[in-house]
Write a new protein. Structure first.
Length: 100
């Protein structure tokens, strides 16, 4: 007795793909954390050249406002002074509770 080879994979067909049973009722309502929809806030951080500790200088709603503050600070820069601009997603309490 010879066994026939399955040639489905040679043609790009995966006959095992539909063998996993899923619960379509609960799969429609899976809660996700989608950070792309959240508003972005910017923070300006100064790194101390002596202790290398971070100091938060402000939280801003747009990149223009953080760049305005950075330009004002850079009027009189010190030696080895470092600044970081970080972005964060702003979430509300309701959005976080909805994930529970």
């Amino acid at each position: 007795m010879t066994q026939q080879l399955c040639t489905a994979h040679l043609h790009g067909f995966n006959h095992m793909a539909n063998s996993i049973k899923t619960n379509t009722t609960t799969d429609k309502y899976i809660k996700t954390f989608d950070a792309c929809d959240d508003p972005i806030v910017y923070t300006l951080v100064r790194v101390s050249p002596y202790t290398m500790e971070d100091m938060l200088l402000g939280v801003f709603d747009s990149k223009e406002s953080v760049m305005c503050r950075l330009a004002r600070i850079m009027d009189r820069p010190s030696n080895d002074e470092q600044f970081k601009i970080e972005t964060h997603n702003l979430r509300t309490l309701k959005q976080e509770e909805d994930l529970n």
